[in-house]
Design a protein around this ligand. Structure first.
Ligand SMILES: [Zn+2]
Length: 299
């Protein structure tokens, strides 16, 4: 699909409430899209029911709205996309780009990269437990808008899972199918996902060789005092709407958008004008000012 204009997206998983790290990603992708007068889509990545928290999806939507981060069109729920993912898997199998894998965790013990056991079929009596993408030996690179030149080599990644042995769709397949479906042109997201990008580039080409390349921007990660990424696993505090102006200001500082001489954003925080501050951020947005390294965050 050829995309016209800018289409960005924010794609949270409903595994808990939004924390500061997810707010930074939401604000950056919203500002980048709105500054370009583009479309901003919202996708709920609810593919992993065992990890999901009841009520989290609704809470995330209410929080985004509370910050004035309004999205275009309906929310796309990945849990409703089974048919599209099945079609994509069939297409990949048909072209030889995907294969069934009979390996168990035990078979693969000690291998950091999948050794290719089932690429050419498996032993009699075995059956496919998962499906993998045949990531052919390939080198490439892309230029990330924040992180710069990013070379990659498929040998370091190996054939990766696109349908899991527990029956759930793998993140990589769902993201690529949905980015194509939603006509996404620009992805602005946390650097924790940067290692997924070559896999998604290759899958995208396999699924739609005519699709335009996505423009990628991977944001700095927020880390705690111990240097750990801010996440639900490291018990990052959820963001509270009552502190919206201060939290938005903090996110804009992390993103390098507020300079020491900028009076206007400070006045907007003082008058607790979250919407005004977001408008200011959108008008003054400069992706080139976003730092590439990790940022320490307490809270
Ligand atoms: Zn295998």
């Amino acid at each position: 699909m050829k995309a016209a204009g800018y289409v960005g997206r924010f794609a949270p998983s409903p595994t808990g409430r939004l924390h500061m790290g997810s707010l930074v990603a939401a604000v950056a992708s919203w500002c980048d899209a709105r500054h370009a007068q583009g479309i901003w889509r919202l996708r709920m990545e609810d593919l992993d029911p065992p990890r999901e928290v009841h009520g989290a999806a609704g809470d995330i939507l209410r929080t985004l709205e509370g910050f004035g981060l309004h999205w275009d069109g309906p929310v796309l729920y990945q849990s409703s996309r089974d048919e599209a993912y099945s079609k994509a898997l069939e297409l990949l199998k048909g072209s030889g780009a995907a294969f069934g894998c009979a390996c168990t965790r035990k078979t693969l013990q000690g291998h950091e990269v999948y050794p290719g056991n089932c690429r050419h079929g498996f032993q009699p009596g075995q059956s496919a437990r998962s499906y993998r993408f045949a990531f052919d030996e390939e080198e490439g690179e892309w230029t990330d808008e924040v992180q710069g030149r990013r070379p990659w080599n498929s040998r370091e990644m190996g054939d990766f899972v696109i349908k899991r042995a527990d029956g759930f769709w793998a993140y990589q397949l769902a993201v690529v199918v949905d980015d194509l479906h939603q006509g996404i042109t620009d992805v602005v997201r946390g650097a924790d996902l940067i290692d997924s990008t070559p896999r998604q580039l290759a899958l995208r080409r396999a699924l739609d060789p005519d699709a335009d390349d996505i423009r990628w921007a991977h944001l700095p990660l927020l880390v705690n005092e111990a240097g750990q990424k801010l996440s639900k696993q490291t018990l990052a505090a959820p963001i509270e709407l009552e502190h919206a102006p201060e939290l938005l200001m903090a996110a804009l500082k992390v993103l390098g958008q507020v300079k020491s001489g900028d009076k206007e954003p400070r006045e907007l925080v003082e008058s607790r004008d979250t919407k005004g501050l977001l408008q200011w951020a959108c008008q003054h947005w400069q992706l080139s000012q976003v730092p590439s390294g990790s940022v320490h965050w307490q809270g």
